[in-house]
Design a protein around this ligand. Structure first.
Ligand SMILES: [Zn+2]
Length: 199
């Protein structure tokens, strides 16, 4: 806890104190332009990777950065609710699905039947089509990247997303972050290949 409080005090002195007006403005409401769907992994922070300020990114994090399919049965659709709020209410201009290297969630999806952590197997089973598409023995990064492609495709099953794409040019973006060297690759939609972003 001491580490967290020291971090909080650093935030107060270095972020809040120099610009309290910014927070007073943010208190009136948020207008983020980007929805990021990222992994819960502590090593992959979208705000750090994109050097974003408070109010800029609307972030949904879950195990393995998964976009579930559009489902209409009455359930607790937490990820879909966040996507809907960002797209319908906040009217974000783009959605970024951010996968990453050494993703334990993707590894869990590949280790079917051996994961005993509550809820995890069921959740990551949503990646089955990506694992299937890559085939057995594929490189782990290839499966992580295929999982991003799958999640981007799944965004297209949400009618309100397609509607905003057609009406307002809402952009869908896939990305993959390499923890080991801090590089980001972005999915090129026409070729479906990931291309590393230049420094
Ligand atoms: Zn992960």
């Amino acid at each position: 806890m001491q580490t967290l409080l020291a971090g909080y005090r650093k935030f107060r002195s270095e972020v809040w104190r120099p610009d309290p007006q910014r927070f007073a403005e943010l208190a009136k409401g948020q207008q983020p332009q980007t929805l990021v769907i990222s992994c819960s992994d502590s090593r992959v922070s979208p705000t750090t990777i994109f050097s974003a300020q408070p109010g800029e990114l609307f972030v949904v994090r879950n195990v393995a950065s998964i976009v579930p399919p559009y489902e209409t049965y009455a359930g607790h659709h937490g990820v879909s609710a966040a996507i809907a709020f960002a797209v319908v209410n906040l009217k974000v201009a783009r959605i970024v699905v951010l996968g990453h290297e050494h993703c334990g969630g993707v590894a869990a999806a590949r280790a079917t039947g051996t994961i005993t952590t509550p809820f995890v197997s069921q959740w990551v089973s949503l990646l089955e089509p990506a694992i299937h598409a890559c085939g057995h023995g594929s490189d782990h990064i290839a499966v992580e990247q295929e999982s991003v492609r799958l999640s981007v495709q799944r965004l297209l099953t949400f009618p309100f997303i397609v509607e905003r794409m057609e009406k307002d040019g809402l952009q869908l973006i896939g990305a993959h972050f390499k923890i080991s060297d801090g590089t980001l690759s972005v999915l090129d939609l026409p070729t479906q290949e990931f291309k590393q972003v230049a420094d």
